[in-house]
Design a protein around this ligand. Sequence first.
Ligand SMILES: NC(=O)c1ccc[n+]([C@@H]2O[C@H](COP(=O)([O-])OP(=O)(O)OC[C@H]3O[C@@H](n4cnc5c(N)ncnc54)[C@H](O)[C@@H]3O)[C@@H](O)[C@H]2O)c1
Length: 325
Amino acid sequence: MNDKKLLYLSQADVESLGLSMAEIVKALEAAFREKGQGRVEMPPKPGIHPGGGDNFIHAMPAYIPALQSAGVKWVSGFPGNQARGLPYITGLLILNDAETGLPLAVMDCVWITGVRTGAATAVAAKYLARPDSSVAGVLGCGVQGRTNVEALQVLFPLERVMAYDLDREAAGRYADDVGQRLGLDVVVVDTPREAVAGCDLVVTAGPILKKPHCTIQAGWLEAGAFASLVDFDSYWHPAAMHEADKFCTDDVPQLRHYQGVGYFQDIPEVHAEVGELVTGQKPGRETPAERTMTANLGLAMDDMAVAPLVYQRAVEHGIGTWLPL
Ligand SMILES: NC(=O)c1ccc[n+]([C@@H]2O[C@H](COP(=O)([O-])OP(=O)(O)OC[C@H]3O[C@@H](n4cnc5c(N)ncnc54)[C@H](O)[C@@H]3O)[C@@H](O)[C@H]2O)c1
C-alpha cells in the first residue's frame, strides 16, 4: 500500500507562515556562498511561450546540497493578464526530498518569487553598498518595489524612500503601505530623476523590456551609490551603466544567455558574481565613492534557498493540506 504523502501549500498558506525577511536574506546569502564555491547544481532554465509575445512559462530546477534542498519552480509570466484581472506572475514549486527524490511539497511560488528577489538585492548590497546607506530610490512601486526595500531595511539604516511610478496612484498606495508597515518616510516624486539623484540605494523595478527605455541618464547616480537592476537594463541608459565602477550579476552564464536573446546589449564588463563577493573571491566595495551595480536575473537557486524554510515552518505549524502521492 502506498501511504506516501505530500504537503500542498496554497498562496494563502505560504503567506500565513510569517517567515521574516531577515530569515530569507540569511538563506539567500548561504545559497550565494555555496554558489560561489561551485556547490550548487543549476542547469539553464528551459521555457515555453504559449501565445507568443512576452508570455513565458519557465522551469527552474536547482539542488543546493548544503541546504538539503532540491526541486523545481514552474513559473509563468503573462503580461496580458493584468487586463484580464489576473496576476502577471503565477506558478508552483515542487520541493523534493534530497535523499530519496520523493516529492515533499507542492507550493504556490508567488510569495517566494517576491521575497527572494528582494533578498538577493540585499545580499548584493551588503557587499556593494555603503553601510551607512539611508535613502533608497524606487522606480516601479509594485511587488518588487516593496520586497526590495523590505530586504534592504534588514541590513541598512534606511530612513527615507523616494518613490516613483508611472502610475501615481500606485505610488500613493506604496507610500501608505511601506510608510506604515516598515515605518519609513516615503516621498512620492514626480520624475524618475528624483528617485535616483541623492539616493544611496536605487532599485529599478518596472517592466522588463527587450528594447530599454533608457530613462536613467549618466550623471544621475551619485558617487558612492549602489543600484539594483531588478528590471534588467530596461531603465538605464548605457552611458549611466558605464559609470559603474563595479557591475555585478548573480550568474554570468545566465547573463550571457539573455544577451544572446537580445537583452543587455550594451553593459559594462562584469566585475563579479554575487556569490564571488560573498565568498571573498572578488572584492566588493573598496572606497566610499565607488558607484556599484548588480543586475540580478533571478535564479532557481534563490527559490530553492527559501522553499525548505517554507516547508519546515508549515509542518511545524500544521499548515497546508496533505495529499496522497
Ligand atoms: N530579476 C529578478 O529576479 C526578477 C524577479 C521578479 C520580478 N522581476 C521583474 O521585476 C519587475 C517588477 O515586478 P513586480 O512583480 O514588482 O511587478 P508589479 O506589476 O507588481 O509592479 C510594477 C510597477 O511598475 C510600474 N511601472 C510600469 N512602468 C514604469 C516605469 N517606466 N517607471 C516606473 N514605474 C513603472 C507599474 O505601474 C507597477 O506599479 C518586472 O519587470 C518583473 O519581471 C525580476
